[in-house]
Design a protein around this ligand. Structure first.
Ligand code: AMP
Length: 523
């Protein structure tokens, strides 16, 4: 078995790794690091959780240890699709480079340009950025990419999902042809293949086993319930979720609870809070600062239950999660593997509970076909029974004072002025909303929602970036963006001499219709 000491890494890096407690390189590290150290391009096909961040960070630190950065000319560049992932890479860099004098800057939206400018002005060895923010700095003339010796693209398939591929192509073109490229993607969609064929030179291809198998350190359980009424399925699931968490007692130190829809993420988080649990939601509609705050609280142990959508949780490395709960079974079987892989990491034990109702049968079949095993069935926790309310028709509830109904039943339910009976106002209001969103959980509808979520995430990134860019040549930092604002789409910058097919490609990529790309990346 390869040891870290076999890998010709800088001794300073080796001692940092030892301090981090790593004993042996993971397969992606053992495969990628020697090629990267030889100066070759690397195409790594690996997911988060495989140790891929260190597989590019460790050789980068080793290679960059000789030489010095010049003002505004970073020596290396790491591109990440989201701010959270970029921040995570920056943290990893700090860990592994702690014994060196290498400098880094993190360029992400939501942080003031001037702070970032100062860092770049001083000269940095490693620049970690999201594509939009990086191009903004470049367009403001604050950054030169001609000194980039090593360029890393992390989570390329997610870049594709988020519509960043035109930006990535542009950034490739702004860096020297002689650069070394380390390119990572969990899947090789045709569009990703095209990019690697265009911008990588004879790359060493390292593919680590796709996570179609689940880790043996994770105890999986499937709890099936048949809600007495279809229109009360959401309520029944929330009751069961609470019972499952409670039954796990102190062994559940922290957990991620996955829902398929953003609306359910909010509802479940709110419901748990109402019942006295320490829970908070995370999904693409929340403000970036809120998301960061929630994640930090979860990482630091101040928050026990993180209720999440797949998109928000994808790629996040939260090392010690004792439990994962699937409030919904995912409609994409691979998401099951990703979700439960949030626990039982780095050899730790973990538990994954999934709630299923009869309408989930087709999802369950697909998951079990993928993981090639039957998920062990478990009984509902001892003494668990659904509340009486879960057996009744959802009703319209008045406010606590017995006044008019606060919200109208989406199915026309009851008339106004009716009295509420249940004690928890919020929980009842949640039920009415839950009933609305639980309507027709058809596969196509769910897919559409996931697409919307990704589009929205993308828009949010751009919106934030534009907001901050307002100061440039305008009235000083306001959110005003007229027309395209300062963002000139990549295809407009291309020469008219470009051949027709490539114009078509660029335009397609810039458009909002990312649905086919998303499908292919997830297939
Ligand atoms: P990544 O796939 O880069 O997100 O890494 C997943 C997790 O594995 C992170 O928490 C790393 O700190 C950890 N890790 C990376 N390499 C190793 C290793 N060789 N041994 C043990 N843990 C590791």
């Amino acid at each position: 078995m390869t040891k870290f000491s076999d890998l010709k890494l800088d001794p300073k890096v080796l001692s940092a790794i030892a301090d981090a407690g790593y004993e042996t390189p993971t397969p992606i590290q053992a495969g990628a690091i020697p090629h990267a150290l030889d100066g070759k391009d690397v195409l790594g096909i690996a997911q988060t959780g495989t140790g891929k961040t260190a597989s590019f960070t460790l050789p980068m630190i080793t290679l960059l240890s000789k030489g010095r950065a010049r003002a505004r000319m970073p020596r290396s560049l790491v591109l990440c699709p989201t701010r959270e992932l970029a921040a995570q890479v920056a943290e990893n860099f700090d860990t592994y480079a702690k014994n060196t004098k290498l400098t880094k800057a993190l360029l992400i939206g939501g942080v003031s340009f001037s702070e970032q400018d100062k860092l770049i002005d001083r000269g940095v060895d490693v620049l970690i950025a999201t594509p939009g923010r990086l191009l903004d700095h470049f367009e403001r003339g604050k950054l030169l990419l001609t000194g980039v010796q090593i360029m890393v693209v992390d989570e390329a398939d997610r870049m594709l999902d988020m519509g960043f591929i035109p930006d990535i192509e542009r950034i490739f073109q702004l860096t020297p042809f002689t650069r070394q490229t380390l390119f990572f993607s969990a899947t090789m969609a045709p569009e990703i293949e095209r990019i690697t064929n265009t911008f990588l030179h004879a790359p060493a291809r390292i593919e680590v086993a796709r996570q179609a198998t689940t880790s043996e350190t994770i105890t999986q359980k499937l709890v099936q319930i048949t809600p007495p009424r279809r229109d009360q399925a959401a309520k029944a699931k929330r009751e069961l979720l609470r019972a499952l968490i409670q039954a796990e007692g102190e062994s559940c130190t922290n957990a991620i609870i996955f829902c398929n829809r953003k609306s359910d993420v909010d509802i479940v988080a709110k419901s748990l809070k109402t019942h006295g649990f320490n829970a908070a939601p995370i999904h693409g509609d929340l403000e970036q600062s809120q998301r960061m705050k929630t994640l930090d609280a979860f990482r630091e142990g101040g928050l026990q239950l993180l209720v999440a959508s797949d998109v928000a949780a994808r790629g996040l490395d939260i090392p010690a999660v004792s439990h994962v709960f699937n409030y919904d079974l995912p409609s994409h079987a691979e998401d099951y593997v990703h979700r439960i892989g949030r626990t039982g990491r780095a050899g730790r034990k973990g538990a994954a509970f999934s709630i299923a109702t009869p309408s989930d049968d087709k999802y369950l079949n697909a998951i079990e076909a993928l993981v090639k095993m039957e998920i062990p069935r478990a009984e509902t926790p001892e003494g668990f029974s659904l509340s009486e309310a879960a057996h009744r028709e959802p009703r319209q509830y008045d406010d606590a004072k017995g006044g008019r109904a606060k919200s109208r039943s989406p199915r026309g339910g009851r008339g106004r002025g009716e009295r509420r009976e249940a004690p928890v106002v919020e929980e009842k209001a949640l039920e009415v909303v839950a009933e609305a969103v639980a309507e027709a959980p058809k596969r196509e509808e769910r897919r559409e929602e996931r697409r919307d979520e990704r589009r929205e995430e993308r828009r949010e990134e751009r919106r934030d970036d534009r907001r901050e860019r307002g100061g440039r040549g305008r009235d000083g930092g306001g959110p005003t963006v007229v027309g395209m604002g300062d963002h000139v789409p990549d295809f407009l910058l291309r020469s008219f001499r470009t051949t027709r097919p490539s114009i078509a490609t660029a335009t397609d990529n810039d458009s909002e219709s990312d649905a086919p790309a998303e499908d292919s990346s997830e297939s």
